[in-house]
Design a binder for this molecule. Sequence first.
Ligand SMILES: Nc1ncnc2c1ncn2[C@@H]1O[C@H](COP(=O)(O)OP(=O)(O)OP(=O)(O)O)[C@@H](O)[C@H]1O
Ligand SMILES: [Mg+2]
Length: 379
Amino acid sequence: MKRILLQQRGRILKMTTLALGTSMSSAENLLAKWMSLLPDEKRECVASLKPAWIDRWTNDWMQFAYGHQRPPEITVGGKPWTTWLILGGRGSGKTRAGAEWVRHIALKNKAARIALIGETEHDVREVMIEGVSGLLHVHARDERPLWIPSRRRLEWPNGAGAQAFSAEDPESLRGPQFSAAWADEIAKWRHAEATFDMLQFGLRLGVQPRQVVTTTPRPIALLKRLIADPATVLARAGTRENKWHLSPAFIDTVFARYGGTRTGRQELDGEIIEQRADALWSRAQIESCRVKAAPPLTRIVVAVDPPASSTKRADARGLVAAGRAENGMFDRRRHRVRAFAGRLGAEGDRAVAAAGGGRAHRGGQSGRRHGARGSRGGR
Ligand SMILES: Nc1ncnc2c1ncn2[C@@H]1O[C@H](COP(=O)(O)OP(=O)(O)OP(=O)(O)O)[C@@H](O)[C@H]1O
Ligand SMILES: [Mg+2]
């Protein structure tokens, strides 16, 4: 209701004014009036609204949508977009925006075939379909699709359909084809690249297949790639932008506790935070030491931090090769460090060790190799 009162459109103001029994004509005054009512008076006021008005208001999403929730027209370059990427803080209205966009697509086009992809099967069902901002909730009763859990399908009365997928199983996207897709919380997906790639191969129906991606950001390669893509339109929003629909206690608590912190900047402001607060070396420090070619090095040490297992879910492997410049100085400019962290097998270790050994040879001395977690033998 607060939101209705805040609408700047004349039609809404007029109707609300009537219901509140006031001649006030500005949204702020109406809100003040509304806030001054006792709970019973508020109930009476809402009860006096004609059901047709309420239906119209609640179903007309564009009356309520914030800027970041309105589907864009074109990309920054003036071309039609393929990906609408909504990066937002917690509770900023990302899921609602995704669900409303799918609703719009399905109601407009009876031939729509839509993919719904969440972090897990549970998330697709509990958040994207049955959740408070989910698809079933955002539809009016007479337009609501039928959810068939056993087939993980949504079927609209007009013939449009959507299929639910889990990002834990990228291969399940092999086969079906779609005219639109909604991907929720991709920054949390376990197989983000593989699942997203599989989706792209199936997004091939209709004149302009499109996808909306809604997520609280994290510094993952897929997000950076999407942001850099000229066919992407990026929308951003912080938690506070949706404060009218979140508990004031929640807003006060989370901002008091996390406001300005690294966690707060990511989870509340929706920023991509590259830097760990507890990092020993900042990215800027590393960048300032970068050189095109290392000078002759007198001693090279290669260290490996291996993961405990080699399964798909194993941690990243850390590799570093460090060398000392010929004059023996060991300062920031002369101490050259090459580092890598990733999922490489034993070949990766051997490659980096070989790189270290090669430089040592050029520097005229033998290199030494040891493991960061215990020695792997020297030479
Ligand atoms: N424009 C809006 N008008 C009315 N209610 C809204 C609007 N946008 C969001 N909401 C409501 O605000 C609440 C939070 O929205 P939503 O669940 O979409 O946030 P979210 O960003 O997906 O949150 P999370 O980070 O937890 O996934 C929901 O109750 C949703 O229906
Ligand atoms: Mg959400």
